[in-house]
Every structure is written in C-alpha cells, then in structure tokens.
Write a protein that binds this ligand. Sequence first.
Ligand SMILES: *Cc1c(COP(=O)(O)O)cnc(C)c1O
Length: 417
Amino acid sequence: MSDNKNYGFTTTVLHNDRRKPIEHGSLHKPVHTSVTFGYEDARQLASVFQGKEPGFRYGRQGNPTVSALEDKVSKMEDGVATICFATGMGAIGALFQALLKAGDHVVSSSFLFGNTNSLWNTTAGQGVDVAFVDATDVANVEQALKPNTRMVFVETIANPRTQVADLARIGDLCRKHGILYVVDNTMTTPYLFRPKKVGAGLVVNALTKSIGGHGIALGGALTDTGLFDWAAYPNIAPNFRKLAPSAQGMAQVRAKALRDFGATLGPEAAHHIAVGAETLALRMERTCANALALASMLEADPRVAKVHYPGLVSHPQHALATELFRAPGSLFSFELKDGIDCFDYLNELKLAIPASNLGDTRTLVIPVAHTIFFEMGPERRASMGIAESLVRVSVGIEDTEDLLADFGDALNFVSKL
Ligand SMILES: *Cc1c(COP(=O)(O)O)cnc(C)c1O
C-alpha cells in the first residue's frame, strides 16, 4: 500500500502501519519489547546518536511500536510530528518541563481537567505564573495576556461541566501575538475536531480516553501541527537552534521531557492504544448518539435540575459546538433536584458503573465534587461551576434503550424514597 490517495479517517488509521514495510507482512506493527537497539557497524550507532540517520537507540526516547502510534496520531490530527507519553498528564507535564522557564506566564482556561488544574498550581511554586480565565470568551484571554505570556492552554469541551472554549477566536488572538496555542483535544478526539483548524500549535490527547477507548492502557500524546513558528520561541536551547526551525520544538520536547524525565509510553500500551484507535470513529458515532439521547431524556425530566451537554439547545455554547465539532461528544453532566441524593441515585444504576475514567466503551458515572474535584475545595469548585450534586456521565457504546431504561428506572426508584 504505497499510493498517495487521500483516504478517510478510519481507512487512514487502519492502514497506516502498512505504509511502511512491516516484518513478515504483519498487518499490525509488532510489539517490540527490546529496550535497546544494536548496530553491526559502530559508526552507524554513532551517526544514529548524532541524528545523522534515523534509527532507535534506547527505549526511553523511542521505540518502533510507539513510533508507529506516533505516526498514526499525527495522521489523525493532520500534524507534522507526535510524541507519545506514558499518560495524558505526562504529555501535559512535558509542556512545563520542556517549554517553560521560571519567569514565564501562561494563560489557561479555568475550566480544566482536575489534574491539569493541579499541575498549573504546582508550576506557580516553580516560577511559572498561570492566569486562569473563563475561556468561553476570547476577551478574557486577551485581557490576561502579558509581555511574558508564552502559552495559552484550553480544553475543547471542558471536563466535567462541558464549557466550550472560544476556540477559533483564541487561535486568531494567539496568531496575532505569536503565542503558542495549546489545545487539549481529549474530549473531542481528532475524529470530532482537529485543533489545527483553529490555529493550535500543539495538540494534547489523553490516549487513555476515547482513542484507546477500552480502559486497558494509559497513554498521552503531544502533536505539533506545524503552524507555530519555533524560530520565534524564546525558550529553545542553543543545541536545538541548530535544527530546522520546524523541528526545534519537538526535538526539545523529546529530549527534555521524554529523555530527561522519562514519562515513556511502553510498547504494549502503544499496541493496545493503536488497536483501540482503529474503531475510534465507530465508537464516537455511537457514544455521541447515546449521550444525546440520555441527556435529552434527563433534561425533560422534572426531577433533574440541570443537564450540561453541548448537544442540547439549552447549552450556552450549543451553536459554537455545532459549528466546530462533528458531534458534541460522549460526556455530559447533570444535577438532580434538591432532595434527591446523588449517591442514592448512582447506587440504583445497574449498568452505569461508578468509576473515574472516561471515553471507555462502558458507561461510567462519578459524583464529581466528592471525588475528582474534592481536593480543590468548595471555592474553586464553585468558580468552575461544579455543583455539589453534579454527576458526570461518560457514555459508552451500550444499546441506547438499555441506557435510557437504566437512568430512567433509577430516577423512578429514588424519587419514591
Ligand atoms: C484524562 C485527561 C487527561 C489526563 O490523561 P491521563 O492519561 O489520565 O493522564 C488530560 N486531559 C483531559 C481533558 C483528560 O480527560
């Protein structure tokens, strides 16, 4: 398979490994577990080390199985290069380790995955100042910019309250000021949305979630879309300045974040994720349809106080989400009316499982304020719009009628308590 046709999303993912010859005609890139890679000619080893010819040297910086996944993620995001990490947080932590310095300033959406929020608070103690803003309006981002702002960081659809960032206008703003625009695309995945379209320079994907999709492997990725001008980025060390400008950013990330800090994705996990990615589009079609059906049913129910899902007309960024995304995602959250205890409700569900992952094939539910957002305390929760009774639902691929019955029956039961 060596033609240059422009194939669709799933065809590309399925056949990408075979675009380079694979041992024995294998259809999947094999799982290469070797930690190191030997060369018959010691001069060749030296030239691989010096970057004069391609090749693998030691597994912390690169592995053939992981490299095949990196190439696949680049294709999915229409990017120029991808680096995989042991987890999604490894990929986000790499931004800090490899691209920021003491004295730098970051503007971040305040509607964030809890651990990213925690990471930005850690960096504050290490000289990198982070301003949290309501990124649903570009004006708030613009107001927070400073001369030393190096990076603007947003999520596409925020987890768990589903606010949608003003993605395209923030992209325009960053381009105008030459600031690196980083978009965490985990909630939408490259099937629903490509951040390159709105000018992102780097894209984060937690591969653990929908891309891997089956809850069996952790992983993360950082993709360079090729839009950001690394030659103008002040924090590139002199030895990476020698490279072509387009390669400087990712070379520094691979060296400083992967080689020096070691959050390396293992080959077995990369294989699990690559297999999961083959059905990403099929699963997203199903989970998004299920999410819309469930969210609509709950919104129409008088025992439910609020439902947050960009697919509902009542959502403040419904129009924006419809314009930007192929579908509004597999995750929604809702609040029960006062007097109905969310724990009693969750305990009545027979299919949906109380658990903290998302993007799984199975439907998972979690009482947000009491678990993943417990540590940050009531004030920060309130500022992020997290009600104490908020339940997050990561919708799976179960049959729609079964899910509707499960959530409906549990409501009927608890409203009689
Ligand atoms: C889960 C998640 C992450 C982190 O991914 P891990 O693989 O769990 O480290 C980052 N961003 C978002 C939006 C997530 O949902």
